[in-house]
Design a protein around this ligand. Structure first.
Ligand code: RRO
Length: 311
């Protein structure tokens, strides 16, 4: 009776929960484990034009309140992930997928997207405009002019369903300015949020990750209120044709419920998936369904975006 079924653009998903890019998605083996889990979909590790080793280890740490990472975009090159999602889409019972991509420059991004456009891939693309961890490369979507330029160029040749992974914004004016840019383009979705960039976690007298003297992207409990604010801010500002994927601080069914209440159509899990493994999807799906049943909700449509305010 109670269903967590959802849709993004023309694609349907039996479950709204899936991994967040970067977690459990580096290799075919990890992606297969998500495919075989209770998750409704998977997103690949962000693929670049060429394979990358990423930053020196240790580069990910679980902490009492979440996680900090400075992976530095290690990945097997976009073609590896493109080949795998094309292979899976030929299987009859395959889920629909998200291919995460970005170049190390706008030119590389266009080279990659043109290859994806020309390929047989029929699924969704998530363009990552928010990696906080490559030394010398700022988070793209904090630069509105560059973001506008990239999207303008992308949509001059790209016709497949594409969304963007955003960094968290922290100012109402920035929500307004970012939304005005995104509303100019036929985006299928925006995904809020990537990690909160460049936090610093200390144990005893030392940092816990090696790159950038310990600075890294925060996930988990630290980020949930910021994630919910970004989901809801864009839900309220974007054209209804641009759906929201909610990511940040989801470790219980209640957290997923809150993201949907703020307007999310799909909910991604990063830190908690890293800590618990793919079985996390079964647990959180059950917790979400129990909340829905207790409230008399049969589907996500019954409460999506219906956050109430104090008069
Ligand atoms: O690989 C990373 O360091 C990384 C990426 Br690309 C990203 O988008 N978000 C993040 O927290 N880490």
């Amino acid at each position: 009776m109670v269903s967590t079924h959802t849709t993004i653009g023309p694609f349907t998903f039996d479950n709204c929960l899936m991994n967040a890019a970067g977690v459990y998605c580096m290799t075919r083996e990890e992606l297969k484990a998500i495919e075989d889990s209770a998750a409704g979909s998977f997103v690949t590790k962000t693929g670049t034009l060429k394979e990358r080793a990423g930053n020196p280890e240790p580069r990910y740490a679980d902490t009492a309140l979440g996680s900090i990472n400075s992976m530095g975009l290690p990945n097997k090159g976009f073609q590896y992930y493109l080949d795998y999602v094309i292979e899976l889409q030929q299987e009859p019972d395959s889920k629909n997928h998200f291919l995460s991509l970005v170049g190390m420059s706008p030119e590389e991004t266009h080279t990659i997207l043109k290859a994806v456009q020309a390929s047989d891939y029929q699924g969704l693309i998530e363009l990552n405009l928010s990696c906080p961890n490559v030394p010398g490369k700022p988070q793209i979507a904090y630069d509105f002019e560059t973001t506008d330029q990239i999207l303008s160029e992308v949509f001059s040749y790209f016709t497949k369903p594409l969304g963007i992974k955003l960094p968290p914004y922290f100012d109402i004016v920035h929500f307004d300015q970012a939304a005005a840019i995104f509303n100019k383009y036929p985006l299928t979705f925006v995904n809020c949020i990537n990690s909160i960039g460049n936090g610093l976690v200390i144990e005893d007298e030392a940092v816990v990750i090696k790159p950038k003297n310990g600075f890294g992207g925060l996930g988990g409990d630290y980020v949930k209120p910021t994630a919910l604010a970004n989901v809801h801010a864009f839900y309220k500002r974007l054209n209804p044709s641009i759906q929201i994927i909610g990511t940040g601080g989801v470790k219980t069914g209640r957290d997923a419920f809150e993201h949907i209440l703020c307007g999310a159509s799909m909910v991604q899990i990063g830190t908690a998936l890293h800590q618990e493994g793919p079985e996390v999807f079964e647990r959180i799906t059950k917790e979400l369904k129990d909340i829905m049943a207790a409230k008399g909700y049969d589907s996500l449509e019954d409460f999506r975006g219906k956050l109430t305010y104090i008069d």
